[in-house]
Design a protein around this ligand. Structure first.
Ligand code: GLU
Length: 555
């Protein structure tokens, strides 16, 4: 068959056949969505999730990166819903995404919301933008840069199999591109028959050529030109990601596209599209994947294998919002940790986030490091803040503990005050989930003996220690007087007053003062590790302390 590009006249006829009744124009759209009036250097970026329902750590990484770039520069962050694949759509997915990001302080200035759209550059849901895409599809068609293709699924599969046999590259290009430059009559015939069609890009690129490209995270890149006639509009008239990306990011005046680096392979096509449409190319930031160590090697976090990929995981584990947020900052910007050490009391917003510090290869997720960051953050909170956080968390995840804590908020706050404040606050808690084992012994109904008494103190000595302490304990004693009493009991029963003395002459003693306080600690808290014991007893009150000592004595 004689192949040649369609004439201008044929293209015009074809355009009216493919897009009948389209009255919207490019000029009207340009006028409706003018360049944004923002200060020099302001970044306009977006999140463009598909509503599939799963919100993962990568969304937070991308969200945080774009949010910081936009809001640090006086720009705009918006939310666009990429709902072009109706089959994969999960009801409520966008609301979940909005809420999950909001939870971490990532707020959109415009775009899709719970109650519809807000902002002047919408609609922000792609299925509602069909007519807009058609304006630009028609433009490409008229310019000879797009054409309809009537291949069936079976034909495309056959092409793929043939390419496999020939060890050729996959895709619709070159000799495989059946409908490219097909005579007008053949096209017309299919249209008259009502055969479904897709609109394809008419690529003039060649795999022999390379394009140079600067990505703000990846740096200088050399990429192979695209020679594939990719689909622009699917048979239902809805665009593919690629086409929607170009049209939307142009009309919404995006200056920076922040997205996962899985899109790098189709970037040459995107560059072609922006050029063909006469759009200015935005700047791109392709984020590397989140990885974790698996044995000795790194691998990408996987939805199937790693529960920690889901954002819901962190809330359920009880990591404070701030801890997750700052942990992400830590892995994205290598200088954040130093900044935090130098500025312990400043809000993380004061940190100057920079994409230049991001690792082009991606970030290594490290659970222990997250725990560390979290311990630091919780240790710097006031008892009041801890209480508020724990009350909110237990309301959702541990109703039983919630009831105990909120029945007497002053008691709970007193518990959280132990070891707090000062230069070296204690770092007992990494998550709100750990609160239950940490403080359950403060409540009679939750108290249980988790540890048995150590064997290095005889039963006889143990009973004497418990009895003597019970007889002499007075809640009015301050911490020093209390410790003097414990030391006195130790010495009277043959234990050294100081661990050092015992270490120097172990044969002289049964043990040291630490062994004595361990007996008291286990009797009163049921555990071998607890917050400061004098403070614990102050909160428990004399009656409970004596009751527990007596129970241990008679056990
Ligand atoms: N819907 C695409 C995704 O979820 C958006 C990529 C982009 O930000 O352009 O990966």
């Amino acid at each position: 068959m004689d192949r040649r590009p369609l004439s201008q006249e044929e293209r015009e006829t074809l355009a009216s056949l493919l897009f009948p009744g389209l009255t919207l124009t490019e000029e009207a759209l340009e006028k409706q969505f003018p360049p944004r009036d923002l200060p020099e250097g302001a970044v306009v970026s977006r999140m463009a999730p598909s509503p599939t329902g799963f919100v993962h750590l990568g969304n937070l990484v991308q969200g945080l990166t774009s949010e910081r770039l936009c809001h640090q520069s006086g720009g705009v962050l918006f939310l666009r819903v990429e709902d072009t694949d109706a089959k994969r759509e999960v009801p409520g997915a966008i609301e979940t995404l909005i809420d999950s990001l909001d939870h971490y302080g990532i707020r959109f200035d415009e775009g899709a919301t719970h109650t519809g759209d807000s902002g002047n550059y919408g609609p922000y849901r792609q299925r509602q933008r069909k007519e807009i895409y058609h304006v630009y599809a028609k433009k490409l068609l008229l310019a000879g840069m797009a054409y309809p293709c009537f291949c069936t699924e079976e034909e495309l599969t056959a092409i793929h199999e043939e390419q496999e046999k020939e060890k050729a590259n996959f895709g619709y290009f070159g000799k495989w591109a059946k409908w490219r430059d097909m005579p007008f009559d053949a096209i017309r015939q299919e249209l008259d028959r009502g055969t479904p069609w897709v609109l394809r890009f008419r690529s003039t690129g060649s795999v022999e050529n390379k394009i140079k490209f600067t990505d703000l995270i990846k740096g200088e890149l050399e990429l192979t030109e695209n020679d594939v006639d990719h689909v622009l509009l699917k048979s239902d008239g809805i665009p593919t990601y690629h086409f929607a990306h170009a049209v939307d990011d142009h009309l919404m005046r995006t200056t920076h596209v922040v997205r996962g680096d899985e899109w790098l392979s189709t970037l040459p096509f995107h560059v072609q599209l922006f050029r063909s449409l006469g759009f200015k190319l935005p700047k791109y930031l392709h984020i590397g994947p989140l990885m974790k160590m698996d044995g000795n090697s790194k691998r990408k976090l996987s939805k199937r294998k790693d529960p920690e990929l889901a954002l819901t995981y962190y809330e359920a584990e009880g990591f404070p919002v701030k801890a997750v947020y700052e942990y992400i900052l830590t892995i994205l910007n290598s200088n954040f940790e130093d900044w935090r050490r130098a500025n312990p009391d400043q809000s993380a917003d004061a940190f100057k986030f920079s994409y230049k510090k991001m690792n082009p290869a991606g970030s290594l997720f490290d659970y222990l490091k997250l725990t560390d960051v979290s311990k630091n953050i919780i240790s710097r909170m006031t008892a009041e803040e801890v209480y508020e956080n724990v009350a909110a968390w237990t309301a959702k995840f541990d109703q039983d503990l919630h009831t105990f804590l909120t029945a007497d908020p002053e008691k709970a706050k007193a518990i959280f005050s132990i070891g707090r404040g000062g230069d070296k606050p204690r770092k007992d808690l990494a998550t709100w989930k750990e609160v239950r084992p940490y403080l359950s012994f403060f409540y009679d109904d939750l108290f249980q003996m988790d540890n048995s008494f150590p064997e290095n103190v005889t039963e006889e000595d143990r009973k004497t220690i418990l009895a003597q302490f019970s007889e002499n304990y007075d809640p009015d004693m301050d911490g020093t007087q209390w410790f003097e009493l414990v030391t006195k009991i130790a010495v009277e029963n043959g234990f050294a007053a100081k661990p050092k003395e015992y270490k120097a002459e172990p044969e002289k003693y049964k043990g040291h003062v630490g062994d004595v306080s361990m007996i008291l600690r286990i009797a009163v808290t049921g555990k071998s590790a607890s917050p400061d014991l004098w403070s614990v007893m102050q909160i428990l009150g004399k009656e409970t302390v004596l009751k527990r000592l007596s129970a241990a004595l008679n056990a």
